[in-house]
Design a protein around this ligand. Structure first.
Ligand SMILES: [Zn+2]
Ligand SMILES: [Zn+2]
Ligand SMILES: [Zn+2]
Ligand SMILES: [Zn+2]
Ligand SMILES: [Zn+2]
Length: 683
């Protein structure tokens, strides 16, 4: 049974979709007009009266009323590509439309491959001039090592919990998770609020510089991770390179060498006049495809018309022009930039030249488009960002090939303007254009035509052989290393040592890490190529000795905490025994320690009462109860003395430390059970 109401409606449905700017955007904007419910349960009314187009867009709950009141029977769901006839529902037919006519739409939203569509295309809501944040987030989220780390690293998994929600990295990780879960639209409001807390320069609704924001954000994550893990962070590992600066003194010919780490390279954009001077040299560096494109643009019909009209043709610069200017030798010969030569002990004329000493896996290139004069102006020379970039000629050490992976484009004026981003999806070999909530595939030409403000290049790690997991493993690899292996050009050594305790068994906190079980052969292969530190992991049961120690420690803390509680209770038995408050404080902080650590804090030494007495052994003057000392009864003193021992025993007739000494006092025997308990955990 089919629904006759659908006859002649094909055109109408297609128009409905064509009206929308693009279908991904359409999906995002789908909302029930009554209650705001979003896709997929949103239906367009397909009212077929010849004079009227019904604009109703409703969820299934609110569709019923509309259908009854207006007598409109047909509805179409863009997200599921389903039509539904209200009238025919009564005769129990749910009409599924022929998919054929929607193939093009389905293609553009990746409908046929939900994994592809969902995983890749997530838009970010603009919260009032936040396009600079949105573009940066999209680009950074696409940096493979950072994305992999944020999604998988065990350290973050176990430490970046709710208590850290007021950090940028926590909020960014939440966003990445949503990207991964395939949200179509995310509002990054929590992240953005954190930005506003970070620096007074960042205020709601104000446009900011994307280059500066990226630097601020990456630095913030970098220092957070460094502080928490005590190691060089993934941010530094994947984004930092080294520049070598050589300064040659013209006077004594000494070459002074400085090396500095860089997280990005900022290049001056040549003004139009300068472009042709650089062109010859830079064009020879371009890969064929990139070269063809530039030639084509320069010979384009528009440029020819401009030449005929004797207007200056627009010359296209390319990134090599900017790089050559940056890396070429520079004379330091003006008053302000004279170099101080230590050999000559004076300011001298000199030549300075930069070279790249160590290349980062991900290279961020900023183009200095804004001239900060009073009015502020923008250099709009088009700089082509080649899809393939070879930087060997700017280095003596290496000759890596980089691939363009993201561009941030700034259009418009300096203090206004709008940011959009282009990112390469290497997995599906396509370019994506991000414009806040709008995400769509775009052509390579569009990317080449983009006015780059930030260009991000990736030096791909060599396509590594897959590490195959084994069901009954012979060895275990820490997953944190496996991720590094896939996403960094140098993943570093495999650290096994940290998983062992002092007894050379598996440490009891190792369960917090994720491991990949592999075969003997796989390990043999890996160990030929990669350095490792410590004994390779073979087993997964934790050290018994450590488990025992942990229990013992927990029991001790428990016992002594009880003791402390009782001491705090006022008791009235005499004589009184005195303890210096300085020792009490040490003891209390020991009792507050975490029992789940791998290494336990050291217990305080014997009770140090010497601080309450002067050299003659008399009580010092001016001591105050509860500030300098406390006093307890015999029973508690026996226990605490048994555990810790003491230097001098102060026993007085009353709770006044200056009252009469009780000489020759004999402590009664300690209860046997208690003695045994103490013996257990102090041995
Ligand atoms: Zn029908
Ligand atoms: Zn509704
Ligand atoms: Zn209607
Ligand atoms: Zn000199
Ligand atoms: Zn152990």
């Amino acid at each position: 049974m089919t629904c006759k109401h659908l006859d002649g409606l094909e055109d109408k449905i297609q128009t409905l979709n064509r009206d929308k700017e693009n279908t991904v955007d359409a999906l995002n904007s789908l909302k029930c007009k009554k209650c705001g419910a979003g896709a997929p349960d949103v239906w367009n009314c397909l009212d077929n009266s010849p004079y009227n187009t019904c604009p109703a867009m409703l969820c299934s709950e609110h569709l019923e009323n509309h259908a009854k009141n207006r007598n409109h029977t047909l509805y179409f769901n863009i997200s599921t590509l389903t039509t539904f006839c209200f009238q025919c529902k009564l005769s129990d037919v749910n009409c599924l439309f022929s998919y054929r006519m929607f193939d093009s739409i389905a293609e553009s939203i990746g409908y046929h491959d939900p994994k592809k569509r969902n995983k890749r295309l997530t838009g970010l809501k603009n919260l009032g001039n936040t396009c600079y944040i949105n573009t940066a987030l999209q680009c950074i989220a696409r940096m493979l090592p950072i994305q992999t780390y944020l999604r998988n690293d065990p350290f973050l998994k176990y430490n970046l919990n709710k208590s850290e929600e007021y950090t940028l990295i926590y909020q960014f990780r939440e966003i990445i998770k949503k990207f991964w879960r395939g949200h179509i639209l995310i509002s990054p409001d929590r992240f953005v609020n954190q930005i506003y807390c970070l620096s007074p320069d960042y205020k709601p609704k104000t446009q900011q510089d994307a280059q500066e924001f990226i630097r601020l954000f990456l630095d913030d994550m970098d220092s957070y991770l460094q502080r928490k893990t005590g190691k060089r962070s993934i941010i530094s590992e994947s984004l930092k390179g080294t520049l070598r600066c050589e300064i040659k003194c013209h006077n004594c010919t000494t070459v002074h060498v400085k090396e500095e780490e860089f997280g990005e390279i900022s290049l001056a954009v040549p003004e139009t006049e300068e472009v042709s001077e650089l062109a010859e040299k830079s064009e020879s560096l371009l890969e064929n495809e990139d070269k063809t494109w530039i030639t084509k643009q320069n010979n384009s019909i528009f440029n020819k018309i401009k030449t005929i009209l004797s207007l200056r043709p627009e010359t296209i610069a390319n990134l090599y022009d900017c790089l050559i200017s940056f890396f070429q030798p520079q004379e330091l010969n003006t008053e302000g930039n004279l170099f101080y030569c230590s050999a000559c002990d004076s300011k001298v004329l000199s030549t300075q030249q930069y070279k790249i000493k160590a290349f980062p896996d991900i290279l961020i290139i900023n183009l200095k488009r804004f001239k900060y004069s009073y009015w502020g102006s923008k250099i709009s020379t088009h700089v082509n960002t080649p899809l393939v970039l070879n930087l060997g000629q700017f280095s003596d050490c290496d000759n890596p090939t980089y691939y363009l992976s993201s561009i941030i484009q700034h259009s418009g004026l300096i203090f206004k303007g709008h940011y959009t981003a282009f990112c390469k999806d290497f997995e599906f070999d396509r370019w994506l254009e991000y414009n806040d909530k709008k995400v769509q595939e775009c052509s390579e030409d569009k990317v080449r035509n983009a006015q780059a403000y930030v260009a991000i290049y990736t030096k791909f790690p060599v396509k590594r052989k897959k590490i195959i997991p084994k069901e009954r493993p012979d060895f275990f690899l820490p997953k944190e290393w496996v991720y590094r292996y896939y996403s960094l050009s140098s993943p570093g050594p495999i650290y096994f040592s940290k998983f062992y305790c002092n007894h050379l068994f598996l440490s009891i906190n190792t369960h917090e890490y994720d491991f990949l079980g592999i075969s003997n052969e796989q390990w043999e292969e890996l160990k030929l190529e990669w350095k490792y530190i410590g004994e390779p992991l073979r087993f997964k049961s934790p050290c018994n000795q450590c488990l025992e120690n942990k229990e013992k420690f927990a029991a001790r803390i428990n016992f002594e905490k009880n003791l402390l509680e009782r001491i705090k209770h006022v008791s009235k038995e005499y004589p009184r025994f005195f303890i210096a408050k300085t020792w009490m404080k040490k003891w209390e902080s020991f009792l507050a320690s975490d029992c789940n650590l791998n290494e336990y804090p050291k217990a305080p030494g014997h009770i140090n009462n010497q601080v309450l007495a002067n050299s003659d052994g008399d009580i010092r003057e001016g001591l105050i109860s509860e500030v300098d000392y406390i006093d307890i009864n015999e029973e508690l003193w026996k226990i605490i003395k048994q555990i810790y021992g003491c230097d001098i025993e102060i026993i007085k007739a009353s709770n006044d430390i200056y009252s009469e000494n009780v000489a020759d006092f004999h402590l009664s025997e300690l209860d046997e059970e208690i003695e045994e308990a103490i013996h257990k955990f102090t041995s």
